[in-house]
Structures are given as C-alpha cells and as structure tokens.
Design a protein around this ligand. Sequence first.
Ligand SMILES: NC(=O)C1=CN([C@@H]2O[C@H](COP(=O)(O)OP(=O)(O)OC[C@H]3O[C@@H](n4cnc5c(N)ncnc54)[C@H](OP(=O)(O)O)[C@@H]3O)[C@@H](O)[C@H]2O)C=CC1
Ligand SMILES: O=C([O-])CC(=O)C(=O)O
Length: 271
Amino acid sequence: MQRIAMIGFGAIGRAVIEAIREEPRLKLVQLIATPGKVSEVQAQLATLGLSEPPLVSESLILDGSCPVDCVVECAGHAAIQEHVLPALQEGLPCVLVSIGALSEPGLAEALEMAAGQGNTQLHLLSGAIGGIDALAAARIAGLEEVVYTGRKPPMGWLGSPAEETLDLAALTQAEVFFEGTARDAAQQFPKNANVAATLALAGIGLDRTRVRLIADPEVTENIHHYQARGAFGRMEVTMVGKPLASNPKTSALTVYSVVRALCNRVRSITV
Ligand SMILES: NC(=O)C1=CN([C@@H]2O[C@H](COP(=O)(O)OP(=O)(O)OC[C@H]3O[C@@H](n4cnc5c(N)ncnc54)[C@H](OP(=O)(O)O)[C@@H]3O)[C@@H](O)[C@H]2O)C=CC1
Ligand SMILES: O=C([O-])CC(=O)C(=O)O
C-alpha cells in the first residue's frame, strides 16, 4: 500500500485520481490546493464520490498526523519550490510533471540538496513524451545534438507569449513563434514546454537542446518531435498526443505517465 499526496487538482490531477481509484494498493490521503481554494476543491472532489476522500489543505501535512509515502506534483512550476522542496527535505519521494521548473537558476541544485538531506529521490516523469529511457542511456555514451519541435493547435498556445506575435484565433497556416534553447522555452512557456525541459535534462542540457515551437491550425493533436545524434547512433521520435478535453495544452499521455509511475510503486515487476 502506498499513501499518496497530490499537489494540484486540475486537468491532470483529476484524471489521475479517477484512474487510480480502482487500485486498492494506492490511497490518496492528501490533496494540496492553491491558497483560498480548499472548499472549492473539496466540493469538486465530492463529485467523484470517493469512498474515503483525501484531506484537502493549502500545504502538505508533514508532521506525521497524515502519513504519506509519495508526493505527486500535477500543479505547475510554482508548486515545486513551494511544496516539493520541503517534502524532499522531510524524506518523501516525489514525482513531478512540471519539469520546466528546473530551468529556474538554482532550483535543480536546491532540489538535489533537499533530496540528499532527506535521503530520498525526485523522479522526473516522462509526461507527454516518449523515448526518455533511450535518450538518457544515449547520453552516457555522449550526445552531439538534440533538436525538438513542439506543434500544437493555436488554442493550445492561448495565454502564452505566442499571443504577443500571433493572432491565434485567426491563423490560417502554421507559424513558428519561438526558436531557441530549452531553458528559454521552459521559462517563457511554463505550461507548454515541459517536454522540451525533460528532453534537455535527459539529454544534452537546457542550454544545448534546440527548440522550435509552432502554432498550427491544420492539426488537432499536440505533436512532439525530436531527433538526437551521438556516439550511440541516431534516434527520432514523434508523438501525436490527444489533448485533454479539460485542458487542450496538456496531452492525455501525461496523465498515464503519472498513473504508471504510481502503479509501479506497488507492483512486483515494473516496466
Ligand atoms: N511533463 C509534461 O509532459 C507536461 C507537464 N505539464 C505540467 O503540468 C501542470 C498541470 O497541468 P494541468 O493539470 O493540465 O493544468 P491545470 O491548469 O488544469 O491544473 C493545474 C492545477 O494545479 C493547481 N495549482 C497551481 N499551482 C498550485 C500550487 N502552487 N499549489 C497547489 N495547486 C496548484 C491549479 O489551481 P488554480 O486553478 O487554483 O491555480 C490547478 O487546479 C502544467 O502547468 C505543466 O507544468 C503539463 C502537460 C505536460
Ligand atoms: O502536454 C503536452 O503536450 C506537452 C506540454 O504541454 C508541455 O510540454 O508542457
């Protein structure tokens, strides 16, 4: 049995809770909401009809009164500093989807130190992208180049700096609106470039991974493509991910990446 604390009850968080409710060896015991939103989240949670709803609060309860075995972040960049760092210091293993947060200067080092202090581990999930196992293995032999292109329907970029250069609602053809490093992409597009950061952290780093971001009215999926070259040979991956109806920025596979990680914590054989 694993007692889970979840940070964030948005598109990913809600779908993960729905997916794991049939797994008796996973028990959601804490759910962390943004300040002022506890009652709203409790009311939304009630619609799921869970037999034993988790405790909802604004920060993790780490005093042992509601014990936790694993913390899962499904919230956004700000949640890492706020909740994940103290959880690691307390020795709780954490799994993350908001990988782009590690582009913030000093945060990766602070997380490493906190995990060391708590003698625990932080696991960066693969989220919406595949092939991270191969890329991370290829890095050991030496990588020369990793180039990533993220393509989403225009509405997937709403609320991002893409709106400063493009009229997203009126696009008639694909437009590249960002070309640069994975570090800059992750900082400028915190809800859209976590895949770029994941590839960078698995591969040749945030400053050497090249990124292009495209708004494309011809597509209905979130399409992630990358190619990598190095001593191991070459690889090329394309993911055509269905977006979540509840948040078109987010590919549904991200939910299953979290579910897989949690289920692997209670399985005897993991894959
Ligand atoms: N690795 C990957 O491949 C991917 C990673 N992601 C990451 O996952 C994050 C969540 O995605 P998604 O569920 O679709 O987004 P949503 O916006 O649907 O949900 C995010 C939820 O988290 C809550 N939240 C935000 N900040 C905090 C905080 N500091 N503490 C507690 N709760 C918080 C929000 O509450 P409120 O509404 O009150 O702000 C909201 O309910 C994205 O922001 C992105 O960083 C997303 C897609 C792919
Ligand atoms: O879910 C996706 O398709 C990818 C995404 O938003 C991200 O990389 O942050």
